[in-house]
Design a protein around this ligand. Structure first.
Ligand code: KIV
Ligand code: ZN
Length: 530
């Protein structure tokens, strides 16, 4: 592994941890297919390193990291490991299939963490840094070492540990702001201090990993880059533990937009940002707040008369970056009910989707149906429809039809037909408090289960009363949490599809637990670990 600084002094490595730090936050879990689709977009968009998971934490995580390592074409694939031989062996086992594998091992160095979390004294921690990096280096020369809670670590001790890690062969040194405590000036000082005081610092890249507890993750990351750090760890939409991590779209667009103030660059193709953001929010059910920088619904909306007038005269009056630069093409009218499959396929390719034949047939059928009911079809409609068609491809339970009686004339009832493992099952006149409740009760009658509904969320894909609804349903059963998605021009059909999708995911997760897939690892991945 060569030193990125030597190759390109102003190049910043983008290390995406959506699939590890992001996925580890409550309610964000993704299944294998979902992780693969996120990894594939990250790879296409030019992310340098994808941290695909924490392989020892569960068999599911191990499988996901291995599969991502096998399928990814360009990005380096990192697997997280605590400072233990078994963790490092497992991480290597998972990432070794990648063309450019990386082991990322970490250990806490702050007084608080050493005393209360690790119950180790500093000399033991120092020796463990040496042992763990040496162990990882047996496998690869691409080793990253992180000083967990680095921003609350004593500077002299931090310098000793960093120097030792580099001496043992670490090529990336990450200084996490694990609890989102630092401020830009202080973090700038910390990175500058390491560059001045650690004698072998020029043999490694300094990396930032900032949490957003005080809303400073992006500002802190950029301050570190100004001080000489050349890797930023970040996540799509800023998801991650607690208040999340530095948002990738924000750091990348800040660097691109303010070249005058920060003359650094990344290899990210920013036109993929909107697609990546939608994919992650769709999968996790974590909607993006409307006023979120770069990817919020309102990030490029100009509502007030004065702003609209300025925009019409010259877009730069109120726009510092174009929507197109983040892949937000003002939703264009696409096709109608007379469009053929060939044009449909081509349009999907323009939107970045290449579907297998069976998925394409499914999506085309749904498109025709939508075109019969909805006057105008926009890009966003197609995106919602295709995401929905692809999501349910491997489902055991399939939605067939739904009839609803609702309104002020009580009771509200649902007639529902599902296909369960190929067999049609129907219930009629299932009552509920409103049509959504009746629909979900009907599903429960056909497929009894104990999972509780944790989230029910509806969002309109476009404007207009004929807009498609995109629904997210979160179900929880014991320690398992899953998100299901559904889209349709009928909100209740979308709701039923989302619920059924969540149930399908729950079945997959249950199977994994039953076969021991998560048991040992999940205990490992608990609070003690990261
Ligand atoms: O926040 C943190 O310190 C981490 C490390 C494991 C890198 O996520
Ligand atoms: Zn973190």
């Amino acid at each position: 592994m060569t030193n990125q600084n030597a190759k390109d002094p102003n190049g910043v490595v983008i290390f995406d941890t959506t699939l590890r730090d992001g996925e580890q936050s409550p309610g964000c879990s993704m299944n294998l297919e979902e992780k693969l689709s996120v990894a594939s977009v990250l790879d296409e968009m030019g992310v340098d390193v994808i941290e695909a998971g924490f392989p020892i934490s569960s068999v599911g995580d191990f499988e996901a990291v291995s599969e991502i390592a096998r399928q990814t074409k360009n990005a380096q694939i990192a697997g997280l490991a605590r400072a233990r031989p078994a963790d490092i062996d497992r991480a290597w086992e998972a990432v070794r299939h990648a063309p450019r594998p990386r082991i990322h091992t970490f250990l806490s160095t702050s007084p608080l963490h050493m005393k209360y979390k690790l119950n180790m004294d500093p000399e033991d921690v120092y020796q463990t840094v040496i042992d763990s990096v040496t162990h990882a280096r047996q496998y690869t020369d691409n080793v990253e070492w992180s000083a967990e809670d680095g921003t609350r670590t004593d500077w002299d001790f931090l310098c000793r540990c960093v120097e030792a890690a580099i001496d043992c062969g670490a090529t990336t040194i990450n200084i996490p702001d694990t609890v989102g405590y630092t401020v830009p000036e202080e973090y700038f000082e910390l990175v500058s201090m390491l560059r001045n005081r650690v004698p072998n610092m020029d043999r490694a890249i300094i990396s930032t990993h900032c949490h957003n507890d005080l809303g400073l993750a992006v500002a802190n990351s950029l301050a570190a880059v100004r001080a000489g750090a050349r890797q930023i760890e970040c996540t799509i939409n800023g998801i991650g533990e607690r208040a999340g991590n530095a948002a990738m779209e924000e750091v990348v667009m800040a660097l691109r937009t303010r070249q005058d103030a920060m003359p650094y660059h990344t290899g990210v193709n920013t036109t993929y940002i909107t697609r990546a953001s939608r994919l992650v929010s769709g999968i996790t059910g974590f909607t993006v707040q409307p006023n979120k920088a770069v990817v919020g619904k309102n990030a490029f909306a100009h509502e007030s008369g004065i702003h609209q007038d300025g925009m019409l005269k010259n877009a730069q009056t109120y726009e510092i970056m174009t929507p197109e630069s983040v892949g937000l093409n003002r939703s264009t009218l696409v096709m109608g009910k007379h469009s053929g499959k060939h044009a449909f396929k081509q349009k999907l390719e323009e939107l970045g989707y290449t579907l297998a034949d069976n998925e394409l047939n499914d999506a085309f059928y749904r498109f025709k149906d939508l075109a019969d009911h909805k006057k105008e079809i926009f890009d966003d409609d197609l995106i919602a429809l295709v995401d929905d068609a692809v999501v349910r491809h491997n489902d055991h339970i399939k939605f067939v039809s739904l009839g609803i009686h609702c309104g002020s004339d009580e009771p509200q009832t649902a007639d529902l037909e599902l296909e369960v493992e190929g067999e049609r099952k129907t219930v009629r006149n299932v009552e509920g408090t409103g049509p959504v409740d009746a629909t979900f009760r009907a599903i429960r009658e056909i497929w009894p289960h104990q999972a509780s509904l944790e989230l029910y969320q509806v969002h309109a894909v476009t404007g207009g009363t004929d807009a498609q609804a995109e629904v997210t349903v979160r179900l929880a059963e014991n320690d398992l949490t899953v998100n299901g998605q559904g889209a349709d021009y009928d909100t209740l059909v979308a709701s039923a599809r989302a619920y059924v999708n969540a149930l399908n995911k729950l079945m997959v997760k249950r199977d994994k637990v039953a076969t021991g897939a998560t048991a040992a690892g999940d205990a490992v991945a608990g609070a003690e670990a990261v």
